[in-house]
Design a protein around this ligand. Structure first.
Ligand SMILES: Cc1ncc(COP(=O)(O)O)c(C=O)c1O
Length: 437
């Protein structure tokens, strides 16, 4: 079994290194420590913008461990303060912003946001862009276009068994070209907006994220889709699970466009990885539409005292240390480094990204062709080779795709080390696939 048989009674997923995934025993700053004695830079961890065991995050969690056992049914001052901090700091207190509800994960926040859109519009179909990923549960999983994340089974013979969709999902074109190399841009074709408009006219909402599947669309694309959605009576949900809290430079990626969403969803890095949490931020207009209604969607552990303490600590540290800005300053350096990587390695087919989030795609099987025939696909083997040179570079679960997203606290020298390790890893891909032609 390629889904983690080596870990005894644990049904592991085996993402990145398959059955040979090394065990982590500790970590601090940008470093992971492994059971086999290795110490590697954590180069692809979007949940860890402050790295590992940041002292103020540890202190916040310790303090919150003293809280009573609470659920959402009970009031908790710290939860209200966390909502206010999130709006005041990350959203800059902009007056279109209404209110926050916390969740356990981004998947859960997306599921609730999409269901809310269906309830408000009376429409069932939902739209997203090509190659999207929005989570592993409920409607978020339905909106996940990448086949390996959709909950199905891939067998060693290559056959896929995929669960049926419970909701009609409409896929709109996205700019799949890249800043550095590779890809074609379907939105350069004049018909794409008309195609999107027709789909949005039937949809309850369109949900857009800013990095998954290696697609880093521009603010102009966002603004066009947002305008089409508004015209079509569909809501626009900005999924900032990866890009929130400074990953691409600035608090939130949607802020780089002119348009403002109906709903923003977040997760992953919101607690700097110190606790699991997600959040949904509703616009003031949408909040007005909820006036006179009761929207329950209750869950036991949402806005747990540990999670809200961690959100507040993360906002405080990122603001004080200017970490939410740092990825913008690193952007050009990343372009320079990865332009060289692309030129040096014939196995590299596509490189795109911004700030401190980059995707490197290799020649080889297309992302649609997911199967379970390889215990360790090419990207996993490249990742294992990169680990020999000192960095833990993750795959995105696709067979030929890796991503680099170091902690925002990484120094230039540490980023150099990551790129050197990537370079070393890609030598293996060059030997195996070359240009893939
Ligand atoms: C864009 C996006 N949305 C949603 C999710 C789901 O987040 P979680 O796994 O925390 O539920 C992810 C996770 O990778 C993501 O990248």
């Amino acid at each position: 079994m390629t889904s983690g048989g080596a870990t005894g009674r644990l049904l592991a997923t085996g993402l990145t290194h398959g059955d040979s995934t090394p065990r982590v025993v500790g970590g601090s700053g940008v470093w992971f420590e492994f059971e086999d004695g290795r110490r590697l830079i954590d180069a692809s961890n979007t949940a860890a913008p402050l790295g590992h065991r940041h002292p103020e995050m540890v202190e916040a969690i310790r303090g919150a461990a003293d809280a009573p056992v609470l659920n959402e049914g009970w009031g908790w001052r710290e939860r209200e303060d966390a909502a206010a901090d999130l709006i005041d700091i990350a959203f800059g207190g902009e007056d279109w912003v209404g209110a926050v509800r916390f969740f356990i994960s981004a998947s859960e926040a997306n599921d609730a946001a999409l269901a809310l859109a269906q309830a408000l519009t009376g429409r069932t179909p939902l739209a997203t862009r090509t190659r999207a990923y929005h989570g592993g549960a409920g409607l978020a999983r339905e909106m996940t276009i990448q086949p390996h994340w959709h909950g199905g089974l891939a067998s060693a013979t290559g056959a896929q068994r995929v669960p049926p969709r419970s909701t009609e999902v409409l896929e709109i074109p996205a700019p799949t070209n890249a800043r550095i190399t590779g890809g074609v841009d379907p939105t350069a074709e004049p018909g794409w907006a008309a195609d999107a408009a027709a789909k949005l006219a039937r949809s309850a909402a369109v949900i857009l994220d800013y990095s998954q599947g290696g697609v880093y669309h521009t603010p102009a694309y966002q603004d066009t889709v947002a305008a089409l959605a508004r015209e079509a009576g569909a809501l626009w949900i900005a999924d900032e699970t990866v890009t929130g809290f400074g990953r691409t430079g600035g608090w939130l990626q949607f802020q780089k466009g002119e348009s403002r969403p109906d709903i923003v969803t977040m997760g992953k890095c919101i607690c700097a990885g110190a606790a699991p949490a997600g959040a949904m931020v509703l616009s003031r207009d949408l909040l007005a539409q909820l006036d006179g209604t009761s929207w329950q969607t209750y869950s036991t552990f949402r806005a747990h005292p540990i999670a809200v303490a961690a959100v507040r600590a993360h906002l405080r540290v990122s603001l004080r240390d200017d970490l939410f800005r740092v990825a913008a300053e690193r952007d050009q350096g990343m372009v320079d480094r990865l332009t060289k990587v692309a030129a040096d390695h014939p196995s590299v087919a596509r490189v795109d990204g911004r700030g401190l989030h980059w995707t490197i795609e290799l020649h080889g099987p297309d992302w649609h062709d997911w199967d379970g025939s390889e215990a360790a696909p090419l990207a996993s083997r490249v990742s294992a080779r990169a680990a020999e040179a000192g960095a833990m570079i993750a795959t995105s679960g696709e067979r030929t795709s890796l991503f680099v997203a170091p902690p925002l606290i990484a120094s230039e020298a540490e980023i150099d080390l990551i790129v050197e390790a990537l370079d070393h890893g890609l030598e293996l891909a060059d030997e195996e696939v070359g240009t893939g032609t």
